[in-house]
Design a protein around this ligand. Structure first.
Ligand SMILES: [Zn+2]
Length: 288
């Protein structure tokens, strides 16, 4: 009834307080509100009677359109008890997510097929230290940014929580290779077990260290300098030193000798010497 009224009445031109008084039941605000109400009424979803927030208040309507639903006490939430009605999470949501994930993964693997991949991998645990229960290991293709595989490892699968990362790494890399993808380079942090696995089980692939992890590790080492007086002298250089690692990596362009010389030039620069003897690098990169 309200809806019909809004449709037939012309929109009032409200100019003065008097006008507001005459049309106080149809102010601009209420017109907008009523139009919104009409939009809601026309929306087909309304007829499906979605699950109420407070089931005890309108449960008859919800139950009428959702047979088999009962109100679970004391939580007061609707619960499906009929054997004909499937479990929303177990029978509908999880299989749908699983199906979509598998479909998407197949597309990604197809895209990466035939390429020499440069994979970046890292593990993430649910808590730091030695008390973690779960660890996810993820590989990302550096050229496209897509994730061809990831693994979830539970601590019960290993003898200790610090082995979870290695298991996740091996599992995911094996899965990627089983999908017939060619891995040329693997980039990780300096995890000791993974370094060993790369040297023994994956010696056919190039292993590189991630610059971000290296930079973080060097910063940590500098902050551990003792005595404190010495640290205070070095501290202002920390951001520049960390930037220099990124610079070295970019300048070297895969040449490990150039990388090392550029890194060593840091000490000369700090002691105000900007040209120095070297095989490849003989001066700083900045303007002199
Ligand atoms: Zn310099």
């Amino acid at each position: 009834m309200v809806d019909v009224g809004v449709q037939t009445l012309p929109q009032p031109q409200l100019q003065t307080d008097t006008d507001f008084g005459q049309h106080n039941h149809l102010t601009q605000h209420s017109l907008v509100r009523l139009r919104k109400t009409r939009m809601h009424l026309m929306h087909p979803r309304l007829h499906q009677h979605p699950a109420p927030r407070n089931p005890t208040a309108i449960s008859p309507m919800y139950q009428a359109t959702n047979p088999g639903t009962q109100i679970s006490h004391p939580l007061q939430t609707p619960r499906n008890t009929s054997p004909q009605n499937p479990s929303l999470q177990k029978d509908i949501a999880i299989p749908a997510i699983d199906r979509y994930y598998t479909m998407q993964r197949d597309v990604i693997l197809q895209q990466l097929h035939g390429k020499q991949l440069i994979l970046g991998g890292d593990g993430r645990c649910d808590s730091p230290g030695f008390s973690a229960k779960y660890c996810t290991y993820t590989f990302m293709d550096s050229a496209t940014g897509v994730i061809p595989d990831f693994s979830l490892v539970q601590v019960s699968e290993t003898t200790s929580s610090n082995k979870m990362e290695l298991i996740g790494f091996q599992r995911s890399l094996a899965s990627i290779e089983a999908a017939d993808l060619t891995v040329g380079v693997v980039v990780t942090d300096r995890h000791v077990q993974i370094r060993k696995a790369m040297a023994t089980d994956h010696s056919d692939k190039k292993h590189q260290f991630d610059v971000w992890h290296l930079s973080k590790s060097i910063k940590k080492k500098i902050l551990a300098i003792k005595p404190k007086k010495l640290l205070n002298e070095v501290k202002p250089w920390i951001p520049s030193i960390c930037n220099h690692i990124w610079y070295c990596s970019r300048q070297a362009d895969g040449d490990s000798d150039k990388l090392e010389e550029t890194w060593r030039s840091l000490l000369c620069h700090i002691s105000n010497r900007h040209t120095f003897p070297g095989k490849i690098v003989t001066q700083c990169g900045h303007f002199h």
